[in-house]
Ligand binder design. Structure first.
Ligand SMILES: Cc1ncc(C[n+]2csc(CCOP(=O)(O)OP(=O)(O)O)c2C)c(N)n1
Ligand SMILES: CC(=O)[C@@H](O)[C@H](O)COP(=O)(O)O
Ligand SMILES: [Mg+2]
Length: 592
């Protein structure tokens, strides 16, 4: 058997030694390599398969890492990682102690800029290109690879607007596969489709109107065509954009045909592409589905309800409402800032707006939350999915800051249900008519309750619940951390267990002051437990309360200390952050 070409490649300099006509064979091997490992280790699949040829061509034609290559989002950079020194480590992708699923500046000098959140690549690359210009380096190339859904985001447009009046060596590769995680949306998507079908006269070219030299569209799976175009572009000065048409999931039939599922399919058969089926019928629901199905239920009787998602209809399960009430559910694309202010606008007109955003992505719309929603006391209902530790996506995606960054905003109610039923009841309560905005945070994954579709009950705003009474140590938990706390208490022997009380505080803002006064008076020792950063979070709120009321109790805060947790399973992460039931038990025993 002939030796595989990929075996000879550790770094792009090895790739560049391979004759150009053999590059399609490298592409075939690289695809197989990605499929074989992702099939077992899981991760993002379709996006990387779609850019195999592009990845090879970029490293072949440009002198990376001297020429700078930035991947937007970075979920498509598996081929890039494999060709830049991480082939042997690729089986550790997204695992504890392994390489990151996204480009990471400290992982390799080929990862010019860390990513995970979308639409940052043009700004970052432009920054590098301007820096090169200032340093007098006029030959270095600066390349940003951006997807069709990501380029429609506000940040990308801001960068295009700036880049167009520079004379930098900036090359944007628009990787247009007409889909994000879900199908791309909006007028720009329609425009790109027209360009692709050659139905737009050149004078209308939107990128040329922004002073870019525009090239394409070209077939992004045809290596001779891509390499030829990149060679040509190397010699052209100033900002330029190459429009490349690719197919997400290219090379794996199932992934090409079912692009949404194969964005990140979990385990699958590398040969057939068949996803390893798990029987989930006996499992409790995912929190996202509790949101999605409950919203449909509520929207049936409350005609004022609308749902908004920035590009995550599948991940958030807003897709159920989009199917049932297409005129009242909106996917606005990767546009978190717009999603928030759009919600504010609709709320002024007395619509009951459920704006569902992953906790980590709401970070991008912080000013809109403060300035457009909370300052005006508009009763937008924020549903923050993926709050807490999310697992293998790692540092860029953990939803661990929301309690700290939202709790300080006046007029905003901040609540974390401890289970599916509470989430359902909070969604119900929120649409009954609130006088101010509310943020409901809940985690990735499943809960514990099978019969969660019970009749609705109103939840009193600002009221916590006593789960278990004790005498010496009170545990104050927020959200689904209640489960770990209950398990921790159950691990303690009966005589000491009785001394431990457990309170689900539910609301981070407003705090349940009467419950807190009672707890501070009954117990000497308090432990707060949260799946968020300690600085400024829920435990900090309890400390502020203690200070204000001059309580001198012993208080310990459990949560995430001042660092960025990496990628690993959520249970591994909970353990390393001191938030597993075992670690919480130890913290309790230390106090007994
Ligand atoms: C700010 C932000 N919002 C949402 C996401 C979630 N997300 C990850 S990939 C993706 C779609 C990207 O689509 P596109 O840019 O077309 O790349 P493709 O997956 O098609 O390669 C989305 C919405 C994100 N990473 N960052
Ligand atoms: C790259 C990205 O941002 C998304 O694909 C993200 O990984 C989705 O996360 P969930 O799997 O939690 O929906
Ligand atoms: Mg796309």
């Amino acid at each position: 058997m002939s030796k595989k070409l990929l075996e000879s490649i550790q770094f792009p300099e090895d790739l560049r030694k391979i004759p150009r006509e053999q590059l399609p064979e490298v592409a075939k091997e690289l695809r197989e390599f990605i499929i074989n490992i992702v099939a077992v280790k899981e991760g993002h699949l379709g996006a990387s398969l779609g850019v195999v040829e592009l990845t090879i061509a970029l490293h072949y034609i440009f002198n990376t890492p001297e020429d700078i290559l930035v991947w937007d989002v970075g979920h498509q950079a598996y081929g890039h990682k494999i060709l830049t020194g991480r082939k042997a480590a690729f089986h550790t992708n997204r695992q504890l102690g392994g390489i990151s699923g996204f480009p990471k500046i400290e992982e390799s000098n080929y990862d010019a800029f860390g990513t995970g959140h979308s639409s940052t690549a043009i700004s970052a690359t432009l920054g590098m290109a301007i820096a090169s210009q200032l340093s007098g380096d006029l030959t270095k190339q600066h390349i940003a690879v951006v997807g069709d859904a990501s380029i429609a985001s506000g940040m990308a447009f801001e960068a295009l607007n700036h880049a167009g009046v520079t004379n930098t060596n900036l090359l944007i590769i628009l990787n247009d596969n007409a889909i994000g995680i879900d199908p791309s949306v909006g007028a720009l998507k329609e425009y790109l489709t027209k360009v692709n079908l050659d139905k737009t006269p050149d004078t209308d070219n939107i990128f040329e109107a922004l002073n870019f030299s525009y090239f394409g569209p070209i077939d992004g799976h045809d290596l001779p065509i891509i390499t030829e175009n990149l060679e040509k572009l190397k010699k052209i000065k100033g900002p330029k954009l190459l429009h490349v048409i690719t197919k997400k999931g290219k090379g794996l039939q199932q992934a090409e045909q079912n692009q949404v599922t194969y964005h990140a399919p979990g385990k699958f058969d590398a040969k057939t592409g068949e996803i390893t089926q798990k029987d989930t019928s006996h499992l409790p629901p995912k929190f996202q589905d509790v949101f999605g199905y409950t919203l449909v239920e509520l929207a049936k009787s409350n005609k004022k309800i609308v749902g908004i998602t920035p590009a995550m209809p599948t991940g958030s399960s807003l897709k159920y409402m989009m199917k049932e009430f297409p005129e009242r559910a909106f996917d606005v694309g990767i546009a978190e800032q717009h999603a928030v202010t759009l919600s504010a606008g609709m709320a002024t007109q007395d619509y009951v707006v459920f704006c569902n955003i992953y906790s980590t992505f709401l970070q991008r719309a912080y000013d809109q939350v403060i300035h457009d929603v909370c300052l005006q006391k508009l009763p937008v209902i924020f549903c923050l999915d993926r709050a807490g530790l999310v697992g293998q996506d790692g540092a860029t995606h953990h939803g661990i800051f929301d309690m700290a960054y939202l709790r300080c905003i006046p007029n905003l109610t901040l609540v974390a249900p401890r289970n599916e039923i509470e989430l359902r009841n909070l969604l119900y309560t929120a649409q009954l008519g609130l006088q101010q905005p509310i943020a409901i945070r809940y985690p990735r994954g499943r809960g514990n309750i099978l019969d969660w579709q019970r009749s609705f009950k109103k939840i009193e705003i600002g009221k916590g619940e006593t789960i278990k009474k004790g005498s010496e140590v009170a545990i104050l938990s927020i959200g689904t951390m209640a489960t770990e706390v209950s398990q921790a208490i159950n691990l303690i022997d009966t005589s000491r267990k009785e001394k431990v009380g457990h309170y689900d505080m539910r609301f981070v803002s407003p705090l349940d002051k009467s419950l807190l006064h009672a707890v501070f008076k009954e117990y000497n020792t308090l432990i707060t437990v949260e799946d968020g950063v300690i600085s400024g979070g829920f435990g900090s709120a309890v400390l502020e309360f203690a200070s204000l009321h001059k309580y001198k109790n012993d208080i310990t805060l459990l949560g995430i200390s001042n660092h960025f947790p990496e990628h690993a399973t959520t249970s591994q992460l909970k353990d390393s952050e001191g938030l597993s039931s075992e670690k919480i038990k130890e913290a309790i025993l230390n106090k007994l």
